[in-house]
Design a protein around this ligand. Structure first.
Ligand SMILES: N[C@@H](CCC(=O)N[C@@H](CS)C(=O)NCC(=O)O)C(=O)O
Length: 208
């Protein structure tokens, strides 16, 4: 399987999951700053994934899976014993999906595009930061009541996605100082061997 990724973006989440589950992936870097986006081999990325965003997972039989929340669940289900996602059809799986959707729609899509494009203006950015702060306060209360991970005692694909998205806080000016349980969770995740391996694989710094 091939994972199309860009360093420092949401494609880190499936990369972490692949490392956690010990699933080997061929990595193909995409330059998402160019128009059109191009792969490291010089191909127009829209020929792989028509919407042009990462991540995309191309299966060996040719299917192209897009949408991070789908890809992480697909990978986790290839290795059910990894514990990265509860079994399909259970309440726990629905809870996992609820968190994945929350992260995708309430966090990821508030950070991106609003805080990644200064040209959208300071008003849009202030609104986005305030909304993210409200949503992170919800995560903080949840972790305080039932952490340390989003689903309780074990690390799941939702934690990988949360780590990826909230990891953008520093350089987008989102203040995490009021969220000690969330910061504790991010710190725990950052030291996991699979997470460090995924960060190295995508070409990110693993310290500092
Ligand atoms: N709905 C997609 C959105 C993915 C997305 O926003 N990817 C960003 C990086 S985090 C990207 O590739 N942006 C470049 C672009 O949209 O052209 C998903 O959840 O997987």
């Amino acid at each position: 399987m091939k994972l199309y990724y860009a360093t420092g973006t949401c494609s880190l989440s499936p990369l972490i999951v692949a490392h956690e589950a010990a699933i080997p992936l061929e990595l193909v870097r995409v330059d998402i700053r160019t128009s059109p986006h191009v792969t490291e081999t010089g191909n127009d990325y829209s020929e792989v994934s028509p919407n042009g965003y990462v991540p995309a997972l191309v299966l060996d039989q040719g299917t192209v899976l897009t949408e991070g929340v789908t890809i992480v669940q697909y990978l986790a289900d290839l290795k059910p014993d990894s514990g990265l996602a509860p079994q399909h059809g259970t309440l726990e799986r629905a809870v996992l999906q609820s968190w994945l959707n929350f992260i995708a729609t309430e966090l990821h899509k508030m950070f991106s595009p609003w805080l990644f494009h200064p040209e959208y203006g300071t008003q849009a950015q202030e609104v986005a930061r305030a909304r993210i702060g409200e949503r992170l306060a919800h995560v903080e209360r949840h972790l305080q009541a039932g952490g340390p991970f989003l689903l309780g005692k074990t690390f799941t694909v939702a934690d990988a996605y949360l780590f990826t998205v909230v990891g953008w806080s520093d350089f987008t000016g989102v203040d995490l100082s009021g969220f000690p349980h969330l910061r504790d969770l991010l710190g725990r995740i950052r030291t996991r061997a699979a997470v460090l391996a995924a960060l190295r694989a995508e070409g990110s710094k693993t310290t500092g």
